[in-house]
Design a protein around this ligand. Structure first.
Ligand SMILES: NC(=O)c1ccc[n+]([C@@H]2O[C@H](COP(=O)([O-])OP(=O)(O)OC[C@H]3O[C@@H](n4cnc5c(N)ncnc54)[C@H](OP(=O)(O)O)[C@@H]3O)[C@@H](O)[C@H]2O)c1
Length: 259
C-alpha cells in the first residue's frame, strides 16, 4: 500500500500561499520551513535582512518556493507596508502565521508606557491588523488558516510576564474572535502555545544550565522545547485536515502547562 496519496490529501499545502511573521528565527523559522516543505509558497517577514536571506536560501536550495520582506511590525504603518509587500510576492496568503514578537520584561514597577506600547504593537496589533487585511479575503475565497504563536504566559505569570503576558493573553482572545467571525466561511483561527523553547528570544535564560534543567523537569517529556517541535502542528493547522479545529489554544510544550 502507498500511503502517500492519503497523507497528501490530509496534509499537503501544495498551491497554498503562507505569510509567516518572525519567520527568520526560532519557532517562526521552523514553521516557515515546515509549511514550505509541505508545499506552500512561503513569504517570511522580519527586520534583519541577513537572517531573512539565510532562511530563504536554505529553503530555495531544497526546491521550496520562498520569499522575504524586510519590514518593521513595530508601527501600524510598518505593518500595513509589510502586508502589501508580502502579498505582492506570491499573491494573497491562504495561511497567516504570527510568530514575530518582542519580549521586554522590566519589573512591573518600572514598566513604562514605551515598553507597553512596543509590546502591544508587535505582539498584538500586528496580528490584529494582518488579520483585518487578510481574513476577509480568505473568507471570500472559502479557505484560510490563521495561526498565532502565543505563550504559556497567556495562562500564567512567569518571570516578570508584565506586558508580554498581557499581549499573549489578548492574542488568544483575538484568535477566538477571529474564529467566531470567519470560521463559517472556511477560515480557522488557532494559537500554538509554546512552553520554554531554546531560541534566540530567551538567550539569557538559556545560558543558565541550572534554570534550563529546572524548566525541563517541569515538563512531562523531560526536556525543553525545540523550534522543530512546532513543525508538525503548524502543517496540520495550516492544512485542510484541521478544518473542524478553530478558536483553540494548542499547547506544544511537552506537558509543561498541565504538570
Ligand atoms: N522561545 C520561547 O521559549 C517561547 C516561549 C513562549 C512563546 N514564544 C513565542 O514564540 C514566538 C517566536 O519566538 P522565538 O523564540 O522563535 O523568537 P525569536 O527567535 O527571537 O524570533 C523572533 C522573530 O520576530 C522577528 N521580529 C521581532 N521584532 C520584530 C519587528 N518589530 N518587526 C518584524 N519582525 C520582528 C525577529 O526578526 P528581526 O529581529 O530581524 O525583526 C525574529 O524573526 C514569539 O511569538 C514568542 O512570544 C516563544
Amino acid at each position: 500500500m502507498n500511503a502517500q496519496p492519503y497523507l497528501s490529501q490530509l496534509f499537503s499545502l501544495d498551491g497554498r500561499v503562507a505569510l509567516v511573521t518572525g519567520g527568520s528565527s526560532g519557532i517562526g523559522r521552523a514553521i516557515a520551513g515546515a509549511l514550505a516543505r509541505a508545499g506552500a509558497g512561503v513569504v517570511v517577514v522580519a527586520r534583519r535582512e541577513d537572517q531573512l536571506i539565510a532562511t530563504i536560501d536554505e529553503l530555495t536550495s531544497e526546491g521550496c518556493r520562498a520569499g522575504w520582506v524586510s519590514g518593521d511590525l513595530g508601527s501600524r504603518d510598518g505593518v500595513r507596508a509589510a502586508a502589501e509587500a508580502a502579498a505582492a510576492v506570491f499573491g494573497e496568503p491562504d495561511i497567516l502565521v504570527n510568530s514575530a514578537d518582542v519580549n521586554l520584561r522590566p519589573p512591573m514597577d518600572e514598566l513604562g508606557e514605551d515598553v507597553w506600547d512596543t509590546t502591544m504593537t508587535v505582539n498584538l496589533e500586528a496580528p490584529f491588523l494582518l488579520g483585518q487585511r487578510f481574513g476577509p479575503g480568505m473568507a471570500e475565497r472559502g479557505f484560510g488558516r490563521i495561526i498565532h504563536v502565543t505563550s504559556q504566559q497567556a495562562h500564567r505569570a512567569f518571570v516578570r510576564s508584565g506586558a508580554y503576558g498581557v499581549s499573549k493573553g489578548a492574542l488568544e482572545s483575538l484568535a477566538r474572535s477571529q474564529a467566531e467571525a470567519w470560521s463559517p466561511y472556511g477560515v480557522t483561527c488557532n494559537t500554538l502555545v509554546p512552553g520554554f523553547v531554546m531560541t534566540p528570544l530567551n538567550a539569557r535564560l538559556s545560558s543558565d544550565p541550572e534554570k534550563v534543567a529546572a524548566l525541563a523537569e517541569r515538563t512531562m517529556v523531560g526536556r525543553n522545547g525545540l523550534a522543530e517541535d512546532f513543525a508538525g502542528a503548524a502543517v496540520w493547522l495550516a492544512g485542510r485536515s484541521s478544518a473542524y479545529v478553530t478558536g483553540q489554544s494548542i499547547h506544544v510544550d511537552g506537558g509543561f502547562s498541565v504538570h
